[in-house]
Ligand binder design. Sequence first.
Ligand code: KG4
Ligand code: ZN
Length: 339
Amino acid sequence: MFLKEPVLAIETSCDETSAAVVLGRNVLSNVVASQVEMHAKWGGVVPEAAARAHVEAILPVIRQARADAGDPKIAAIAVTNRPGLLGALSVGLTAAKALAFHHGVPMVGVHHLEGHIMSPYSLPDSEFSPSFPYLCAVVSGGHTELVAVKSPGSYQIIAETCDDAAGEAFDKGARLLGLGYPGGRAIQDAAESGDPTRYNLPRAVRTDPHRLSFSGLKTAMLRLVETEGSKISVADAAASLQAAIVDSLTAKAVWHLENSGFQGLSLVGGVAANLPLRTRLGSECQRRGLPFWTPSLSLCTDNAAMIGLAGSFRRAAGEHDGPDLDCFPNSPLPSPPGG
Ligand code: KG4
Ligand code: ZN
């Protein structure tokens, strides 16, 4: 299913400059230069600043990834070309084109979400050999989608957020509580000593199982912070927010697991690094006798290793992009190779 030779991968779609080398489904190296500290000053990602930081980091990061992998001969280059911030994407894409031309190797453009969806292939064979179709929860700062994976490379979105992503709710909540940016990890840490039942926040458990929503929760958090003022317990508010997000995601995922004959559930994307969410979904699957898969924490947030896996898979299926490969801010999930 994967190319049997090393693939160099590049990811610059948002605020992490990353390069990796994968061989088959083995991750030989994965280097991530995060811009988080820089963007934290502004409370969110500033696209112009992100692009400039990618320009500064891209060559050292690629060099490091190749060195960490033992400098193998590269057979193909995988690069995220959609969706993402255009200025940021174009830095990685330009580097990929130059390297592909210089080394005379093929280049494959990868959809960022297909990278996240394929990230569990970084687990050993014995832990991730899925039966199809299975359900994949893609939960990040920009996306919240439940995807039916019908076969490798064949995807159908069966539920998605009609407003904000779950990661945005974590980030907004953290900002309101003065916990900084990005907020997911900060909320998780603060929630550890908090009471999740202290504040009553809305669950996005609407009647429609195909829609998720997090904007109401963001507004409810704002009201809570305004009403409680300095009396607010940050730990209890963080725990209540996290519980609301975990409950909402779990309710929708479980509905589809129970009603659509899926053979298992995978959890991917930055919010997949949330430990209570991993534990909850894991136990819901266990209770139903279904396998649950989620990559290691470092392969949940944005990284090039997952782009390498998707690129290696598509290259093995014969895909190849030319020097006119473009980048796109929005893009539907890709079709199966050759489809
Ligand atoms: O996948 P990702 O790195 O970038 C996008 O493609 O969006 O996801 C970033 C998101 C941010 O919203 C961040 O707050 C969230 O993932 N995140 C977490 C945790 N670690 C990162 N959310 C909850 N708990 C965490 N431990
Ligand atoms: Zn992502």
